[in-house]
Design a protein around this ligand. Structure first.
Ligand code: HPA
Length: 235
């Protein structure tokens, strides 16, 4: 049984899936951390793998960039492959002044300029929210790694290159960081009765122009991946 975007059989995915944006990062995580990884998807190069981590079945699959892409892949994993938990692991730009490159943000909630929620025809505005168990587990993992970690809102933007300079407005609202996928993931999880969390590492600071070196990026990615994997293994 394949979906339009995933060529895998039912049972090919574990209950918990780690989702980086980048397919090559999915490959890296599978090859570096999983025991007996096998590739379960390669359609459009959106690589997916399943293996075990500390004896627990875990999958890792790329989401691609932006709300429509993660909207499709997370929906299909939740709805057609029996996936219960999706942990997005990605990068974000700092909005809060006291965040620095390499810090980790756990997205408790996601503000957004995306129209994704319009499909539900709600008589109001939904509040895309993380699962508390995943959030608490990831927070404890981050603390155990002595990682600087903040918990709060992110802003899921449809634009990376934005003509308007609206980030200060989101900063006024206490938003910590900007990324491009979280709100869609949380809305899919809510609608389908599943669990989701976004773990971000700060890769750049749009206000200061600071961005991470390749080495810094590699190191902070590793910590974020290990937070995600430890969370997955303890579910
Ligand atoms: N904007 C949107 N997404 C991002 C950014 C950003 O500045 N940095 C990392 N992901």
């Amino acid at each position: 049984m394949a979906t339009p975007h995933i060529q895998a059989e039912k049972g090919d995915f574990a209950r918990t899936v780690l989702m980086p944006g980048d397919p090559l990062r999915a490959k890296f995580i599978a090859e570096t951390y999983l025991d007996t990884p096998r590739q379960v998807n390669a359609v459009r190069g959106m690589y997916g793998y399943t293996g075990t981590y500390h004896g627990k079945p875990v999958s890792v699959m790329a989401s691609g960039m932006g709300v429509p892409s993660i909207g499709i892949y997370s929906y299909e994993l939740f709805r057609f492959y029996g996936v219960e938990n999706i942990l997005r692991i990605g990068t974000a730009g700092a909005i809060a002044d006291d965040l620095s490159v390499g810090d980790v943000v756990l997205a408790m909630s996601a503000a957004t300029n995306s129209n994704y929620a319009a499909q539900y025809r709600l008589p109001g505005t939904p509040a895309p929210t993380a699962d508390f168990t995943l959030l608490q587990t990831a927070y404890q993992a981050a603390v155990s790694f002595r990682q600087t970690v903040r918990v709060g809102s992110v802003f899921t933007s449809d634009t990376f290159y934005d003509d308007a300079d609206s980030l200060r407005d989101w900063q006024k609202m206490g938003v910590l960081a900007i990324e491009m996928e979280c709100a869609a993931l949380y809305l899919n999880a809510a609608r389908l009765g599943k669990r989701a969390l976004t773990i971000c590492t700060i890769s750049d600071c749009p206000f200061t122009g600071e961005s991470s070196s390749a080495a810094e990026r590699q190191e902070s990615f590793r910590t974020m991946m290990e937070i995600g994997l430890q969370t997955a293994a303890s579910l």
